[in-house]
Design a protein. Sequence first.
Length: 399
Amino acid sequence: MPSGYPHPRSTRRELFDRVCQGEPLIPTARQMGVSTTAASMWWREAGAMTIQIGGRGQRGLLEPGNKMLPGGRGHRLSVEERVEIMRGRDAGLSAAKIAEKLGRDRTTIYREIRRNRNDDGDYHALMAHARAAQKAKRPKAFKLEDRALCRAIEGWMDDGWSPKLIAEVLARDHGDDRLARVSHETIYQCLYVQGRGQLRADLNKCLSTKRTARKPRDHSERRGKFSDVITISQRPAVVEDRAVPGHWEGDLILGSRGTSAIGTLVERSTRFTILLHLPADHTADSVATAMIEAMNDLPAHLRRSLTWDRGSEMAGWQDISLQLQAPVYFCDPHSPWQRGSNENTNRLLRFWFEKGTDLSGHTKADLKRIQDKLNSRPRPTLDLDTPAQRLATLISQAA
């Protein structure tokens, strides 16, 4: 045994454990009664990983509080699994037996021991975990430098597409060309990390609804309510699975102080959206007139029912039901998730209709243009078909 090892292996491991958890090497060695020369030699012979500076000039392998790499079944090895590997090797178990005990492939354990053991041949769980963390931080190539691809991404984001949707469409259209694809995480990095790509610097403003803080879930509802309605509990079960088209959900997008509004209608199976122009007000009469005008153009089999929130703008629901020959159902109070397709669509529409702005300035032509943009956007829920494509198929089949 080399002269630098006057203490048993258990002492070395205890010292390594404490250093891996952020404690300084030399003061910790002194506390344990280990000579500083021996401690330094152990550390060098174990692999001499970089010791980072912690608080008040102390030095440890990791900063205090650092949990290192996460891990677990189906992912990289966890620190608990590495402890089991260490115990298995101490007990003389083969890598295959350790793998069987952990429910891992034996090649995973072989590679782990070969890559992350100490230079002296010992396998120390926390040092192996920290060594894996350091290797995982190595710089990776960044590929969002193609100007044509960046221009395409910018155009889609200017139309309100999310990075996730862009990545899925690129993967669908360029399955055999890795250089023409990009992950949504790469797009986010390019937006937020300076010098990480060629996207416009202001493009991150297209990412969200520009809300400065999340709204509390128990916010008060300012719109008036009414009873004596057909509730969603009475809606046929066939509406739920979206297999039958023609069932719509609707609500209002409100502008600043609730003085202006735009009506939204979403067909559940195709996600096709219709925007209702309400330039003067959003009273019950105005909403009913706009809705009947918009939906009367649809074939009868594509207006089977309508589900709405329980706001006073739908006080004329009986007239709407009569004119459209379709029942109108109402959500339970404070239950917007019962018309989830409409809620999700309204969130997308906030890209154009920002909260706190006056919505009365949007013309009917403006709404038609935005409606067409949204209906021509590929949707992951439709296997990247567009709502317009799905609705056109339904109309052609009926014809």
